[in-house]
Design a protein. Sequence first.
Length: 144
Amino acid sequence: MSTLSNFVGRLSFGVIYDRFGSYISLMINLIMTITALLLMTMDTNTVFSTLCIVLLGFSFGGLLVVFPPLTKTTFGEKNFGMNYAIVFLGYSGGAFVGPRIASYFQETTGSFTTAYIVAAILGGIGVGLVALIVYVNKRRAKLA
């Protein structure tokens, strides 16, 4: 289910990106991720867990659609390959460190709930940073 939802997320976020642009697409993605993570803290049964994983897989797939054009839009076409490599390095670093932190929380508390909450908080910080970037960009455009 996760792989299928990841695939559908990639296709869907292509449409979302084309319709709403880079920052709004990223904001939608982060909000979906936060929602899925917080819902996972209320895990009640297998069907509910599966729906949470489908939502998380959908938004996860969307990130890989949003990041490349957002990188090009933000930093320009010159040195795009290196800039995207740096962005992807951060993404990869999170993929390496995140599961280890989640395992630590599971081993110490007996549950992944704390890891989901911490990840949701980090996602919330991401939403705040994206909102700040949108605000600064609008302010700059207004002054120019």
